[in-house]
Design a protein around this ligand. Structure first.
Ligand SMILES: *Cc1c(COP(=O)(O)O)cnc(C)c1O
Length: 467
């Protein structure tokens, strides 16, 4: 399998290269040159498989010959063996029609562990084959950072620099990152928003002073291997609910468009998905884009669901590329214009194409609280604010009532105890396995919100490519 850039100019890469690369040299994102697909019989044969076996089947076409089946299985067993639930991502029924897919049983209590535990192991495997040192630079609105740090702390031949917006993530989220004291982990708190942090990371990838000395890589959801790992649980959940014989809808609390894009990939691979509901909070660029074609940035409003508090959704470019008929030249022109004007209008034809699978819904703070209370009072489940946005959207969009709707539960409620307590009166306890988080020592560096300050810090602490 070869991977091509959405902007058409970077050279194609194989799976090993694309895993270590992150952003393409032309500023685009890598996607498979074509979508692999499964027949209905192959999907039917996934019924009853364990998470690990499902993962091996779904990911093998993307991995190609970079790993043989036994190596891929071994990595999946290690990655998913760290989850605290035997089903890895258990499916929970809320009522006759609504389901939750709990993606938060990994080490840092958010769905990002599903992809990053795997990515950490892939990095280790591929770096051992090449005599190379890797510098991971990432921006986080909370959950990516902790999941990436957990996956990479103490690993050979890799440093990780994780930038978060100072004061805009929860205490649990911050402590999950800053209490990891491994010497290859650097936490940076900037005076600015998540979008500022993300813009710095993008700029660093294009900065030759940095890239000439260091091999910079990404763990944000622009990394292809991460998206690939997320495709698995769409197959896993749908198989349990009767796919391919029954269509399923998914409601996905969305920020950077990574998780819901993985659902789109699953549908491209042949999984019969009735609808993908793109649930946003009041930071609703994706809802505006999909409902009226207005992809223009505003300012970020901090909410109780901070992992969705963004205005630019990096992975949306991957969908635009498909909607443009996979034309890299057109996508590059479109993105260049957007980067200039911060505004993009989608033509009716593109919007209609997107509407054949996506429905969007914007959920305000009252509906979010209502969904948390409904889950608790009527279904006996305490859910986090992000999952509540997904659930609220699932309950409020127009759908054939015979279709089951699976809301992706993206974080453990204990990750956001204040918001959960405000809505429901219940303060969720941290699971025992993360126990003494509030007693551990923290280590992080505060920097001004300027690119130069962050670049200086990275360049003086990172290890050059050749070690
Ligand atoms: C990252 C995250 C999201 C958003 O996922 P995207 O892939 O960025 O759309 C939603 N909920 C939680 C808890 C997250 O950590």
């Amino acid at each position: 399998m070869e991977y091509i850039s959405t902007r058409g100019a970077a050279s194609p890469l194989n799976f090993e290269q694309v895993t270590l690369a992150g952003l393409a040299g032309d500023g685009g994102l890598y996607v498979p040159e074509s979508w692999p697909s499964f027949s209905a019989d192959e999907i039917a044969a996934m019924a009853g498989l364990s998470y690990v076996e499902t993962a091996v089947r779904v990911m093998q076409p993307f991995v190609g010959d970079a790993l043989d089946e036994a190596e891929l299985r071994d990595i999946c067993e290690q990655a998913y063996g760290r989850f605290s639930h035997a089903a890895v991502t258990p499916l929970v029924q809320l009522d006759g029609r609504q389901w939750l897919l709990e993606l938060f049983h990994g080490p840092t209590l958010a769905f990002k562990d599903v992809a990053l535990q795997l990515l950490g192991l892939l990095f280790e495997k591929f770096l051992a084959r090449q005599d190379k040192h890797l510098t991971v630079v990432g921006a986080t609105s909370g959950d990516t950072g902790s999941a990436a740090i957990d996956a990479l702390a103490g690993r050979d031949k890799v440093d990780i620099f994780m930038i978060h917006p100072d004061g805009r993530i929860s205490d649990v989220q911050r402590r999950q990152m800053t209490t990891v004291l491994a010497p290859n982990v650097y936490n940076i708190a900037i005076d600015g928003s998540f979008d500022d942090a993300q813009a710095m990371v993008k700029r660093m990838f294009a900065d030759q002073e940095v890239t000439n000395r260091f091999s910079i890589s990404a763990v944000n959801s622009i990394n292809w291997a991460r998206l690939m790992a997320q495709v698995v649980y769409y197959f896993y959940a749908a198989s349990q609910l009767g796919a391919p014989h029954r269509k399923i809808a998914f409601s996905v609390p969305t920020g950077n468009f990574g998780d819901v894009f993985a659902g789109y990939v699953a549908s491209k691979m042949g999984l019969p998905i009735e609808r993908l509901i793109v649930a946003t909070n009041v930071n609703d660029i994706l809802h505006r884009a999909l409902s009226v074609g207005d992809y223009s940035t505003g300012t970020v409003t901090p909410t109780a669901a901070p992992s969705m508090d963004i205005q630019v959704s990096s992975n949306f470019e991957r969908l635009l590329f498909d909607l443009e008929g996979r034309d890299g030249v057109k996508t590059a022109a479109r993105m260049a214009a957007f980067e200039q004007s911060h505004n993009m209008q989608l033509e009716a034809a593109m919007r209609e194409k997107a509407a054949s699978i996506f429905t969007s819904h914007r959920v305000g703070p009252d509906d979010m609280s209502l969904a948390m209370r409904w889950a608790q009072d009527l279904a006996g489940h305490v859910i986090d604010p992000h999952s509540a946005i997904g659930l609220s959207a699932a309950q409020n969009v127009d759908l054939d009532p015979s279709v089951p709707v699976v809301t992706l539960a993206t974080a453990h409620p204990a990750k956001f105890p204040d918001a959960v307590e405000r809505a429901t009166g219940i303060r969720p306890a941290l699971p025992r396995r993360v126990g003494d988080l509030f007693d551990r020592e923290e280590k992080y560096t505060r920097l001004p919100g300027t690119y130069d300050a962050v670049k200086q810090f990275v360049m003086s602490n990172a290890t050059p490519t050749d070690g």
